[in-house]
Design a protein around this ligand. Structure first.
Ligand code: TRP
Ligand code: SF4
Length: 400
């Protein structure tokens, strides 16, 4: 019923690293040519955990956007914006909070996990409990179909679906709904109206999923419906409510196997990251000093790639041929570790070269980024206003 939009956000908490690139960003770049995409800086989400260091957030916002552009996110294809510049997100969060059971939020696994993990911060706040609901508002606002996220975020998308469903259930019941459905159905024209009715019956009585699909396709294809009538008929097709908000699905981002320079998962908090736009000399030094298979004490000791973090970098960066060369050379002690690392260093530097090149115009002229984000915020806001109009009306807040 709604175009298949993609929405995702990232918290601005510092420079992005290769793990972000090979995990999330590469995926975003691919998606932007397939769907209308909305990518935003989740600055309010960053505040829920870092409310005592707002300066870090402020400094990170523009750097992070430049990292996105460096990765190949194209502002001509994707809408890029800053969450706090679209204050409708806060309004939707508030309105959703009215009807979200407290237990739903307390049961989200990240709630307790993060409180334990970040024990040095006081996260017994109202805002932190609401973190996943704010995320739901971010997503529902754009009536998104897909949300590309990592595994850890899947419970938040599940919550979003439940919140959306509950909202439709509670507020999709407008006065005179059934009459309005009948009028909308008539507007389809007699042939489509009859077919719609049959498909609905087949779906509702027999749970026939194909009938549901055909029914949705029929509504999508019809040029005779306005948005509100489309929502009514979609809702009626599936149940007996108007669908005001959509139920999005997670597009699981494959976990990045990017090791940090100590062999653990790359993460800023472990201090083992290589930034996307790191200085080439630092990249070279970091990889050259990376630990390898501890069995290779001397150059003449054979090693086992599967025990070596550098090998994981070869998985990301090397061709089949280079990998064969490295594995054989390692197991026979035919090559030294520095030799083995060189093609990885070259590949990382080559990749970063394109990051640096894409970022340069924005570093030279910071007003470009500001203007681009202002434009994205305007576009996002336009959609957000539409959604809020429907939401307010459904909740009885559209005083006239
Ligand atoms: N919670 C997400 C994270 O930590 C960031 C986020 C905020 C987000 N709002 C979102 C992701 C909406 C997807 C959609 O990664
Ligand atoms: Fe690791 Fe390569 Fe050294 Fe083998 S040769 S231990 S794979 S760096």
């Amino acid at each position: 019923m709604f175009p298949e939009r993609v929405v995702s956000g990232m918290r601005p908490t510092g420079a992005l690293h290769l793990g972000h690139y090979h995990g999330a960003l590469k995926n975003w770049v691919r998606l932007q040519s397939e769907y209308p995409c909305f990518f935003f800086v989740a600055d309010w989400h960053a505040l829920t955990t870092h409310y005592d260091s707002p300066d870090v957030i402020e400094a990170s916002v523009w750097e992070m956007v430049i990292d996105w552009l460096a990765a190949g996110i194209d502002p001509k294809q994707s809408v890029l914006f800053i969450q706090s510049r679209v204050p409708e997100h806060a309004e939707l969060h508030l309105l959703l909070s009215m009807c979200t059971p407290l237990g739903w939020l307390e049961r989200v696994p990240t709630y307790k996990d993060q409180q334990e993990k970040l024990a040095d911060r006081d996260l017994a706040t109202y805002g932190f409990l609401g973190y996943p609901l704010l995320q739901s508002a971010d997503i529902l606002m754009y009536r998104a179909a897909y949300v590309p996220v990592g595994e850890d975020q899947v419970p938040h998308i599940e919550l979003t679906r439940e919140v959306g469903r509950r909202f439709n259930h509670l507020f999709g019941r407008e006065p005179g709904f059934e009459d309005k459905v009948r009028d909308a159905q008539a507007r389809l024209g007699s042939r489509d109206a009859r077919r719609y009715g049959e498909l609905r019956t087949r779906y509702q009585e027999q749970g026939d999923a194909t009938a549901l699909q055909h029914g949705r396709a029929l509504l999508d294809a019809s040029s005779k419906l306005g948005q509100a009538d489309r929502e009514r008929l979609s809702g009626w097709l599936e149940g007996s409510r108007r669908l005001i908000l959509s139920e999005p699905r997670a597009l699981l981002t494959e976990a990045s196997r990017m090791p940090g320079i100590d062999g653990q998962k790359m993460s800023k908090s472990y201090g083992n990251a290589i930034a996307m736009r790191e200085d080439p000399a630092a990249v070279t030094r970091k990889i050259r000093t990376m630990p390898t298979d501890p069995a290779r004490v001397r150059r003449t000791d054979a090693g086992e790639p599967n025990r070596c973090p550098v090998w994981q970098l070869h998985q990301v960066y090397s061709t089949e041929q280079t990998r064969e060369w490295a594995a054989a050379g390692c197991r026979s002690a035919g090559i030294g570790c520095l030799e083995c690392k060189q093609p990885v260093i070259d590949a990382v530097l080559r990749e970063q070269q394109s990051f640096h090149e894409r970022a340069q115009p924005y570093l030279d002229d910071p007003t470009l980024v500001r203007a681009m984000m202002a434009d994205g915020c305007d576009k996002a806001r336009e959609l957000a206003r539409d959604t809020m109009r429907d939401v307010r009306e459904a909740m009885g807040l559209a005083y006239r």
